[in-house]
Design a protein around this ligand. Structure first.
Ligand code: SF4
Length: 326
């Protein structure tokens, strides 16, 4: 591990001052400390923001949900309002990591976590994300777990967060605070596709902090859930996953929110699947027909062609679980 200095701040002004001077924010530290040990990350200064007042979960006036950036994954997953309004968020969190990690890791840190591409974590391998311009060892290497959607010539790594898939499906916003003040970014614009700059992963400006994520109110009743397919049932990242939320009224699907994980360089929203569902009556035939569009535009690599069919089946199954049907 490279030497670094450490400072703990007690209010947002102090945090922003430290951030402006090039400090890296840290809260749970469950990603950053690992990467520092492996010398993938080498921050000169860590700024501990864990004492900042961002630990509340609140139902907004319009009936949406605001989750403070420093709420732990475990607290958010267990919160009554989260479970009642958006089970898809609780389920995505509960299927993530381990109990120990969920107690430490925060909501802000979860959406900031970095890829699990093994070449990214191996400092002897070529990796454009870690070392811009060095190449991508995964393209011709072992790429079974890599992305089939949103890839570029320069990077094919998946985004690892399950929560981010649920937030993408629900069209959440990210609240930010920086030297220039507060701003809100739609979640769809917050995480960046790799393009020619895979080292740039979020639409954050220098010194900005995530203060909260906010899920808008959706028409109720809203049934939702998260399905994760992985090599083992615990403490493993998704090969494929599906976040689904459906508003069904008088037997007709009025609203459909669907996103996939484990397959995209960012959480992958599925508008073509959503369009197939709106205005139709739930049925097994409809789920199958809609899920045929889940992998539209996929560009599989040598070892991950299986993800195309697995994604379609994952989406179909989760539509059936959430929406019922016959
Ligand atoms: Fe690096 Fe991305 Fe290639 Fe993995 S896929 S080696 S993270 S550039």
């Amino acid at each position: 591990m490279h030497p670094f200095s450490f400072t703990k701040v007690s209010d947002t002004r102090e945090a922003l001052d430290a951030g402006r001077d090039g400090g890296r924010y840290i809260a749970g530290g469950t990603t950053l400390v690992d990467l520092m040990r492996e010398t993938v990350e080498r921050p000169g200064t860590l700024v501990d923001i864990s004492a900042l007042p961002m630990r509340e979960v609140t139902v907004t006036r319009r009936g949406g949900l605001r989750i403070g950036a420093l709420v732990s994954m475990a607290e958010a997953a267990a919160h009554k309002a989260v479970r009642a309004l958006y089970p898809v968020i609780s389920e995505a969190l509960e299927l993530s990591a381990s109990a120990q990690l969920r107690n430490m890791a925060t909501i802000g840190g979860n959406i900031m976590q970095r890829t699990r591409c093994t070449y990214f974590r191996d400092v002897s391998a070529d990796c454009n994300k870690r070392e811009p311009g060095s190449g991508c060892a995964a393209r011709e290497g072992v790429n079974r777990t890599h992305a089939i959607l949103g890839t570029s010539e320069d990077c094919v790594a998946t985004h690892p967060s399950d929560l981010a898939v649920a937030l993408a499906a629900l069209e959440a916003d990210v609240h930010l605070l920086g030297p220039a003040g507060e701003r809100t970014v739609p979640f769809a614009d917050f995480l960046l596709r790799p393009g020619s700059t895979p080292n740039r992963e979020q639409a954050l400006r220098p010194g900005e902090l995530i203060t909260a994520v906010e899920v808008p109110a959706h028409p109720r009743p809203l049934k939702s859930g998260y399905l994760k397919v992985r090599d083992r049932q615990s403490y493993e990242f998704a090969l494929t996953s599906a976040a689904v939320a459906l508003h069904i009224s008088r037997g007709v699907i009025r609203e459909a929110k669907v996103a996939a994980g484990g397959v995209g360089t960012v959480p992958w929203k599925l508008p073509a699947v959503e369009r197939q569902l709106i205005g139709k009556r739930p049925s097994n035939a409809l789920w199958a027909q809609a899920a045929e569009h889940a992998a539209d535009g996929a560009r599989p690599l040598q070892h991950n062609r299986f993800k195309v069919e697995l994604l379609e089946r994952t989406v179909e199954r989760q539509l059936r679980i959430v929406g019922g049907g016959k």
